[in-house]
Ligand binder design. Structure first.
Ligand code: HC0
Length: 575
């Protein structure tokens, strides 16, 4: 252990602790911009400078390990002055159109300027060259706002194992860009948006489709239907001041109705249908032979990842479309037929915690009979902006239900939004189907939690043990896929892979949480709690017991994996 003094207080911490971490233990805050716990600890922004008695130069607290007997000053006049100068320099080359920036009031740079009382920028002069890259279906990169903190690049490389963003150039001309100055649309970006939710400023944002939604709603010839992903309800409340982990399902449904959608349906319904289809597909592959392990296919970032980096493993993918697209495809077919609406006069909008869903909705191999399953996909953040701009007083809304029956869902569906959730939902149904009974112990805790790669064996019948594996975040996907390639997963039957760390609750379209807050809480855990609570409170917690899903099969799809179900709900990806 190391004992030293910080602002006159003695403290003992384990060896290797940084000054930044030690200070927090004494409730002393040190400002940071480039720091991202465990991911980007590079001391680049010089905001966390501290003074060490006897040393000439100030030191970056985020990378400086404590030593016995040192005396650290985190707020001396010298420190205060240096931070202000450094912040002013960053601001001098920053596009300060703050009032109209999507990150206004949620910008770590703006917050710091206020907190450090920096209001005049003494440095004026040349600005570095800038590009705005808006060719991706999902992500806009605006170099005029980039502060070169490299958080995006670190997340893209270390967490997602994609590594399409990196620092290029030196000094005044340095930029953080894809290689050779290309667009994100031209490199192996998987559209996950993890760069966006880890950017401290507005240099990365989703491509907004808000106006497309308004145009549809305001077009009297269109029937405009919305569906909401499981994870949106777990985080939307954060945009309206609710504590993290507060589910706002009822208020969300009420707000969507007030925005003018004709029907408010739930992707969770499609998640229940997915379990019917995917569970049946798994039982088929287990009993009749088929490519194993079968891998889930619902996370569009993951799909792009396998297509880009492991195309030879595509036969392992389930042929099921994602719940988002299953819901859309059923609305454009069954719902349209039942309600005598031409699918061409329907607009299906999805609200997703995800930026890759914007890419998924445009994929041609998902179209059915020339119709796109989902027409427009917006993020949780975009929905919040629509609610705010419409002056809907979200916090005062009553709790309302989704519309029947595409809004009816089970506890199994809602946990899709957390890593391990699809697996747990599938096991609940597969175990019941194979045992031909209503099993009561359905909390499969072995598949829950945020450990990067989890394995479990589930005894589904006395003669059948299913070995499952769950992983989330690109770097873990890479490990799993390398193991699969090396023939090390021959005993595994079913794998759930999600592109984002923690699954959809921490998707690239979710409300943005400052790096400082992420030092103290694990947002993946807090938001997942909201989903597991909703699951526990539902009376029906297994997909195959959803009465509306049963009805859908009776009156339309006949049975899971039927010819009709295949035509509407399944797809193939090309290698
Ligand atoms: Fe997800 Fe989904 S659970 S990918 O993480 O399967 O985005 O929330 O909507 O489609 O249901 C995201 C979340 C979904 C889909 C579902 C799946």
């Amino acid at each position: 252990d190391i004992t030293f003094k910080i602002n006159g207080q003695e403290i003992t911490v384990p060896e290797g602790t940084t000054i930044l971490e030690a200070a927090r233990l004494k409730d002393i805050d040190i400002p940071t911009l480039c720091y991202l716990k465990g991911i980007n600890e590079i001391g680049a922004c010089r905001m966390c400078l501290v003074e060490i008695a006897g040393a000439k130069a100030l030191q970056a607290a985020c990378v400086y390990p404590v030593a016995n007997g040192i005396e650290v000053l985190t707020n001396s006049p010298k420190v205060q002055k240096a931070r202000k100068v450094n912040l002013s320099l960053i601001l001098s080359d920053h596009n300060r159109e703050c009032t109209t920036c999507v990150r206004s009031e949620n910008c770590e740079l703006q917050a710091l300027a206020n907190e450090l009382d920096v209001h005049d920028i003494p440095f004026q002069g040349e600005k570095s060259g800038h590009t705005i890259d808006d060719l991706s279906t999902s992500i806009i990169r605006d170099e005029t706002k980039c502060i070169l903190c490299k958080r995006c690049a670190a997340v893209c490389t270390k967490v997602q194992a994609v590594g399409v963003l990196g620092a290029v150039g030196r000094g005044f001309t340095s930029q953080v860009q894809p290689v050779f100055g290309r667009s994100l649309a031209e490199v192996g970006c998987i559209n996950c948006g993890q760069c966006i939710i880890n950017c401290p400023v507005g240099a990365l944002k989703e491509k907004s489709n808000i106006q497309d939604v308004w145009d549809a709603i305001n077009d009297p010839t269109k029937t405009v239907i919305v569906e909401t992903a499981p994870a949106v309800r777990a985080a939307l409340g954060e945009e309206f001041g609710y504590p993290m982990g507060t589910p706002v399902t009822g208020k969300m449904a009420a707000a969507l109705r007030r925005l003018g959608f004709d029907k408010v349906f739930d992707t969770d319904f499609g998640a229940d249908v997915t379990i019917m289809e995917e569970g049946t597909e798994l039982i088929g592959r287990l009993t009749n032979g088929g490519v194993l392990p079968m891998i889930t296919s619902c996370s569009p970032g993951w799909i792009k990842y396998i297509e880009t980096y492991y195309p030879e493993a595509i036969p392992n993918l389930s042929s099921c479309k994602s719940p988002q697209n299953m819901t859309g495809a059923l609305l454009k077919s069954h719902y349209a037929e039942t309600n005598k609406i031409d699918p061409k006069d329907m607009v299906v909008v999805s609200v997703m915690p995800c930026t890759a869903k914007k890419y998924e909705v445009q994929r041609e191999e998902l179209n059915v009979d020339g119709n796109q399953d989902v027409d427009i996909s917006i993020t949780t953040r975009e929905l919040a902006r629509m609610i705010k701009s419409s002056r809907i007083m979200f916090n005062r809304l009553p709790d309302e239900d989704f519309d029947s029956y595409y809004g009816d869902s089970t506890g199994a569906a809602v946990i899709f939004g957390a890593t391990g959730g699809v697996m747990e939902a599938a096991v609940r149904t597969v175990a019941d189907v194979l045992n031909k009974k209503d099993i009561q112990e359905i909390d499969y805790v072995a598949v829950r939690g945020v450990e990067g790669i989890k394995r479990a064996s589930v005894q589904v019948t006395p003669d059948l043990t299913v070995n499952v594996l769950m992983a989330h975040g690109g770097s873990n996907l890479k490990i799993v896929m390398d193991q699969l390639k090396a023939g090390e997963l021959k005993d595994v039957h079913f794998i759930e892979l999600m592109a984002c760390p923690g699954g959809c609750v921490n998707g690239g379209g979710q409300p943005i949480v400052a790096a400082k807050e992420k030092m103290d809480i694990d947002i993946r855990v807090e938001r997942a709690k909201a989903l597991y609570t909703e699951d526990a409170n539902k009376t029906i917690r297994k997909s195959h017991q959803n009465p509306s899903v049963i009805r859908l099969y009776e009156e339309y799809l006949e049975e899971p994996n039927s010819h009709k179900a295949h035509h509407i709900l399944h797809t193939t990806y090309s290698q």
